[in-house]
Design a protein. Structure first.
Length: 75
């Protein structure tokens, strides 16, 4: 009975220590895989397109993150 609240506290403390950007990486990978799978049927083409979408989405999101960080530092 006491283990469940302790486990919840430990998970909350761990989540507080991990930077939030690491929670977005699995979402980026899944979104890329879903986009690729909706456009292709061949597994090899899906793999290639997933890498393409990951680079494209990661670059766009990285540019937005950089812009927000720069605005936060200078404004």
């Amino acid at each position: 009975m006491l283990i469940e609240p302790l486990l919840a506290i430990m998970v909350a403390q761990l989540a507080g220590r991990v930077p939030g950007i690491f929670f977005g990486l699995p979402l980026l990978a899944l979104a890329s895989l879903i986009f690729a799978a909706t456009h292709h049927e061949d597994p090899a083409a899906i793999g290639y397109a997933a890498v393409h979408w990951t680079v494209w989405l990661g670059g766009m999101l990285g540019a937005v993150l950089a812009a927000v960080l720069l605005l936060g530092w200078f404004v």
